[in-house]
Every structure is written in C-alpha cells, then in structure tokens.
Design a protein around this ligand. Sequence first.
Ligand SMILES: Nc1nc2c(ncn2[C@@H]2O[C@H](COP(=O)(O)OP(=O)(O)OP(=O)(O)O)[C@@H](O)[C@H]2O)c(=O)[nH]1
Ligand SMILES: [Mg+2]
Length: 455
Amino acid sequence: MDRDTIVALGTPAGESGIAVVRVSGPAAIDIVDRMAPGARSAASHALVQRVLRDGTGAPIDETLVAVMRAPASYTGEDLVEISCHGGMQVVSDLLEEIIARGARLAGRGEFTKRAFLNGKLDLAEAEAVADLIAAETKLQRRVALEQLEGALSRRVGECEKALLDELALVEVSIDFSEEDVPVRVPEETRRTARETRERVARLIESELPGARLRRGIRVTIVGPRNAGKSSLYNALLGEERAIVSPVPGTTRDRLCERIHIDGFTCWLEDTAGIAETGCEIETRGIDLGREAAGRADLVLFTIDGSAEIDAGVGAEIRRIDGDKVLLVINKSDLGAPLAPEDIIAKLGVKEAISVSALTGAGLEGLRRRIFSRTVERDAGALRREQIAVSARQADALREADAALARVEALAGGCGAAELISVELRAAADALGRITGRSVSEDVLDAIFEKFCIGK
Ligand SMILES: Nc1nc2c(ncn2[C@@H]2O[C@H](COP(=O)(O)OP(=O)(O)OP(=O)(O)O)[C@@H](O)[C@H]2O)c(=O)[nH]1
Ligand SMILES: [Mg+2]
C-alpha cells in the first residue's frame, strides 16, 4: 500500500521531561537520517543518541532516536520515535522540520488506523487502544488490555469461522445436490446456528456492563433544604467542593464531580434543596435537581434524621422511580426522633442508611451500598468474562443473531439451501464488521475520529 509519511507528537502537549515525536511511513527513516545522519544504518529497535538539525545544519535538540523497520513496528510501516526534551518550542521546531522535509501532520488515530490496515491489529483490538488510553481505573485498564490482546477478537473469530465452515458445507451441498455427495443435513446447520447464537448472546450480554464501565454511573443527591446534601457530597468527594451553610437554600445550581467506586467512574451530583419557594432562581434549581434524579442510576434521597420529617417528603420521593431510591438519613450524630425502620415505613422506601456527613459515620457503608445497588453485577460479569463490547459491536452481534435466527427457522422448516447460505453469509459478515474483515471506510473513519492525535 502506497501511503504518505505522517508525524505527530505522541505525548501530551506542554512542558515535560521528555516528549516523543513519531514519524511513520515510507520516508520516515530517510527524513530523520537527513536531520541526523546514521538513522538509516541504525539497528531496528535500538536507541541511538542523535542531535537533530534543521535545513541549515543548526541543531534543534539532542535526542534519542529509535528506528523500527517495517513490518515489525506499531504501524507495520517504517516508524521512527524521537524522544526529545519535552519543551513546547523543541517539539514545534522538530515537527516543523519533519513536515518541511516531506511528512504531514497525522490525523486522529492515524497511527492505529495504519496498524489496522497493515494487519497489525484487527478492528476490535484497535478500538481497545482508545479504551486503554481512556482508562481511569484498574478495571477499565484490565478489560481494555484483554480486548487489545484479542479476547473479543478470538471469540468473534471462532464464531465467524464456524459460520464460514458451515457455509462452505451448505454451498457444496447446493453445487453437488444432483450428484452422489453427502449433503449437509439441515439439522446440523441448525445446530451450528443455535450454538453460535448462544455464544453471540453471551457477548451481547456484556454491552450494558461495558457501557457502564466506559461511561460511568450517575448518582444524584436530592432532598429537602438543609438536610446536609452538600455536606454529604463533599464527604463522598473528599474535598470541600460545594458551599455548606446553615442557611436553607444554599445550593442553587447542580454540581457534578467524578469519583471512582470499585473500578467504575461515578458522576456524583449535588442539587438544590427542595422547598416551596417563591424564588424563581431556587425553583429553577429544584427543577434541575428533579431532572437530574430522573436521569440518575441511583438517587440518594437525603433527609435530616434529627428533625421531624416534613409532610411533602413522601410525595417528593414518589416522583422518583422507587428502584432507584436509596434513602440517606443524615446527621446521625445528633440522634433521631424516629428509628430507621419507622422512617422506611413512613416514606414507603425500600431501604435506608444512616450516616453523618459531619463525622463520616456510615459513609463507608453508603459507598458499598452505592456499588452494590448499581454496578456490582456488572463488575462481577466484567471480572469473569473480561469482555465489554461497545454499542457498535453489539449492533453487529444483534444483526448476526437475527440472521442466525432465520437460519434456524429455515433449516428447521427444511428451507432452501440457497436461502440458508444467504443468511449464513449475512451473519458471518456482521461478525466481520467487529474484527474489521468486512467494514466500510466510513465506519473506520468514525472509529478513528474518536482517538487522540499521535495514537
Ligand atoms: N450535626 C450535623 N450537621 C450537619 C451534618 N450534615 C450537614 N450538617 C449541617 O447542616 C447544615 C446544612 O448543610 P448543607 O450541607 O449545606 O445542607 P444542604 O442539604 O446542602 O442544604 P441546601 O443546599 O440549602 O439545600 C450545615 O450547617 C451543616 O454543617 C451532619 O451529619 N451532622
Ligand atoms: Mg446544598
């Protein structure tokens, strides 16, 4: 494949000890060799110290250069990685010089796209590179790495192979049906379709846990004014993010910050206290809070357990989907007029947990409860299967499943082998869109658009 030569900064822009500039393509080694003679004769994958120079011979920086010759490189092309001093001017002068000598600035994900096009990675593995870079927790990293190492590709590839083998047998039966060759018995085709559907279904099951792992979960704190919502928010974040005061109606806006709970990203929201108020701004804040509760995976409905419960609280709780409510009885350090069981009965909630945002009592239990109420099952499935298919991959799997359902029906009803073969091919092609065997340029562009430059 005839491609041009691309260059990009592989490390984040800004000041750092070192930065890495990557050059990939047919002219990569030549360009660097002209800036520092010797690159062409350097051994592959060895680091050599070189002063890189501009067109006038003036030095740009003292660097370490690694030449990786095709096809044994990340992109599968000649690739040069230059470790230079991590200054903005050093990097921009180097990039400018390399571009002046014939390379062009790489687009998003272009190095990984080339790795895919050169057969170094399949598409599912290439997509995992983006997940690995985005990983913020150990679990996210572990699942992305498994996928990068081929866990999903292997399982999809096995299904694809089973279907292509079956297709070959069915087609032989069509071609030689008049002759004396054993024809593929529909029952055998049906069994292949059924078994493959089972395997496909297990992969589809990982879509939701995968989405939660990538996107995170939303946990929203709502409740009456002064219940200690902002105090609880700060305590769970471990920092003074929201203003806390004894004045009712302190919080007016919706605040959102990220915490990590057992490998999952949790978007924690604080909202304005609910009250009957004539204040337009506060009313808007309360509406924002209610909307946030509607979108949340879990709502921490927080009340002040040391005070009487207002008449409107029960009705407010009933606005929220009951499965999403976890009642938090705050200010346990002050003592309580009602026992938790009485509060549960009075408000009609499924469970409650007593905490003190002030002293920290009960917060660890609350954290555990947030985990078990939202992602514990997902975490178990992800740790077990180490697979997390994306929405795109799940769509392809569902398409394969639908085609296989038709194969089952056709084979069961002794349908024409020609029709069966069309559906088997459709199923195999749908799976091929995951590994990239059958995928359009538009889909590739959409996938690599999400990458960062330099990867
Ligand atoms: N004793 C005690 N006081 C608390 C606790 N949590 C919060 N408070 C106090 O309760 C008052 C209100 O706390 P906030 O966190 O501002 O309450 P809020 O629910 O965010 O209030 P609004 O934003 O007005 O709706 C403050 O004086 C806090 O110091 C607690 O666990 N124990
Ligand atoms: Mg508040």
